[in-house]
Design a protein around this ligand. Sequence first.
Ligand code: 0RA
Length: 659
Amino acid sequence: MANKTDKNDYSSQQITVLEGLEPVRKRPGMYIGGTGLEGLHHLVWEIVDNGIDEALAGFATEVSVILQTDGGVRVFDNGRGIPTDIHPKTGKSTVETVLTVLHAGGKFGGGGYKVSGGLHGVGVSVVNALSSKLIARIYRDGKIYEQSYAAGAPDADLKVVGKTEKRGTEILFYPDATIFKESIAFNYDTILDRLRHAAYLTKGVRTTLMDEASGRKYSFYFEGGIQSYVKHLNIGKDVIDEDIFYVDKTVNDVQVEISLQYTDAFNETIKTFANNVLNPDGGAHLTGFRAALTRVINDYARKQGLLKEKEENLSGEDTREGLTAIILVKLPDPQFEGQTKNKLGNPEVRGYVETVLGEYLNYYLEEHPAIARKIIGKALLAARARKAARAARENIIRKGLLDGASMPGKLADCSSKDPKNSEIFLVEGDSAGGSAKSGRDSKTQAILPLRGKVLNVERARLDKMLANNEILNLIKALGVGIEESFDIGGLRYDRIIIMTDADVDGAHISTLLMTFFFRFMRPVIDGGHLYLAKPPLFELVKQGRKENLYAYSDEELKSIIDREIDIRKTTGKIASDSSEERYKLAGFTEQKRYKGLGEMDAEQLFDTTMNPESRVLIKVRIEDAEKADAIFNKLMGTEVELRKSFIQSRAKFVKDLDI
Ligand code: 0RA
């Protein structure tokens, strides 16, 4: 704000205020990252985070979001309510100031610090600037105050519109379609995820989402906070003990909250947050956490004689195998580092986290000797397995088993040596592999038949995996190496296409292969190289017609038959809707359901499933690593029932498969 502005001069004041938001409308990307879907949702996060701040400061217990049928988003929190008095610097109500002055959104003078927003807290005024219409309603001191805005400019002053017993802030906004040109439709699941997160990270707050159009409503409340979060992340995994470690301590104004639990999985899941913002690249808190964990576990193992004098220390990696942990720090002045600002700087935080975890994890182990023994047993096993894996890898490299020079015998390679024009089909079974080999376009299409069920890599360590011929053949054919020697640059095919039967077994094999890529070759999926072939489910035979018709789903089968019935203009009443009568009515002589790829001859297989001109491919994407992780745990973990029900529900084909 310009200091010289006369507080009493309404018009000059207004101009200043308008100037305040002009840059936001000119360059929205600078404030919300972009004007696509992510930027659009940023508007919701901004308001929700303000409500969560009120909860963190101890004033609110509830934050709710309503997606209205008219396209508006209504966010309510039962916090203090934005102050309605005249703001000394602007001469306007604080409500109007917060909503029209850039960076005035902080709790000025309140003594508290803005927590949940952290990096992203650009201020409520940004939401106002990017909304065609916004209505602020404040419930405070027994009164309801209201003010409306258009494109960030107030329609009139804040005024009292009624009485109330309630307290809080309600913001209803309509994103500006001239700014969010791509779309102004919000995604229910994206918002739900965010609200679930917020509830986990803020003990005692209830978050609610309601979608008026569909009537869906969901509410989150986790008494255990991040302890509940750890429990949620470990659903479907075998935990080494039900008990979940938890500590909440404040050191020099920095609150450190840690929760952890071990599972018998091989991977680690550690999520770090500063002021409720996820730090995907970790930072000072993660470094402190790791240091303390390694030290405490080694010290305890030595003291208990579980680690002999001449044995070397457990490595950090060994102590983290199967670990699920949430680390949440809250601090007055978070500094973020790195290109994407995804990493917490603040060097002092490292020591605070190390001290807190060091002290309390040590207590915990002393008090829970049975759990401690299991944790150390697991780490010792990890250390041994790591050594075995290294030996296996060295052995394989020494024997040249992964060298590009020697391609597996079962691979029918394509003649093109340019990866851009090459694709490889991973085919279930030798017989379908045979058909694929004779039907393919040998210039650009390579075939690798895989026998039976590929090893379940989710439950196998690298040493076992490398002893599996199917996996070795696959690694060799792709040309990318594995683990430390992995290099996506060596990929010999632009498209890797998994081709399995359209039945439950086929779905299982696809899943095993996808798990392999997910766990060991993630860049292949990230680079968009992994696909699922989609063979037809039905063939429809017509007398006198050379080419038969194929249907790739039950819906398509129905629509083809409906269409044929229509074309034939059958006037007679359809007495029955049995599928047998219907396909005959449509003029087909035979309807055949394919159970496996092997039922098609080479030409049919090419025409229906492999021909780039006519086939349907499903690109495998990782939309959300956390969800993918959970799904793989369900699918590949030891919880057989979870796995069965999931595979069966997905065995029917879906258009876009997100793993
Ligand atoms: C400025 C000062 C105070 C609270 C708020 C703003 C505030 C903003 C938002 C936005 C959404 N919900 C909100 N709740 C509060 C401090 C209030 C006081 O000291 O009474």
